[in-house]
Design a protein around this ligand. Sequence first.
Ligand code: BTN
Length: 248
Amino acid sequence: PTVEFGLEAPFEVEYHDSIGSTNDRGRELATEGAADVVVLADEQVGGRGRLEREWSSPSGGVWMSVVCRPTIPPAEAPLYTLAASVATARTAREAGVDARIKWPNDVVVPVGEDGDYRKLSGILTEMEGETDRVEWLVVGIGVNANLEAEDLPEGSTSVSEEANDVDRRVFVQRLLEEFESLRSDLETVVPAWRDLALTLGQRVRVDRPGGTLEGEAVDVTDTGALVVRTDEGRTTVSAGDCEHLRPV
Ligand code: BTN
């Protein structure tokens, strides 16, 4: 069911009252050759998070996946994830939430001064392609929009808890417009991300497949990897390698 969304951004929206996972439907459409299609659902019954975690997606949130066919090498794909988190954070800020970004892709609201936070949104990007070019990307964006505290996972918050209920149609529209302007000028993504980053300047502990790393998060590279200064020197961590990052 395609719905007319009155969008300035060039996306077609396919809406579902209930679906397993918008990312699964996005992958299906991508495999069939679709581009610039957004799958949007009121509720997901099989929402997926990063690292094969479940993603709670009751009615009231914004659960969507954007199918893109960019002409970029796979190394630049993380910029799409960062662009989605910047677009989400900007849209949440417009709605009155003090949204910031925790590397690589969580939109969070800080609690107190010691780097603690509650999670507002998560992004799950999936990709198909060769070593030299991306064939498609499905950028899955989940935002706890109009959800009450009792419907939220531990450690999470929502736009309605932090500010007010939002018109989800307007929220999606603004988010897609921001996403479109960032992806059409990828060089603007990292600078915009830096402006909203909660992680930079923090002392962090990063769990990776090869072990744990501790140091100061000092920068992001131009393809979105985090630069950590440890006692041994500088190391970069790609988003795909990060199992968990926390302030220490
Ligand atoms: C994470 O923080 O682990 C990423 C969460 C991504 C959730 C979104 S909701 C829309 C899309 N469909 C899914 O099944 N997952 C993503």
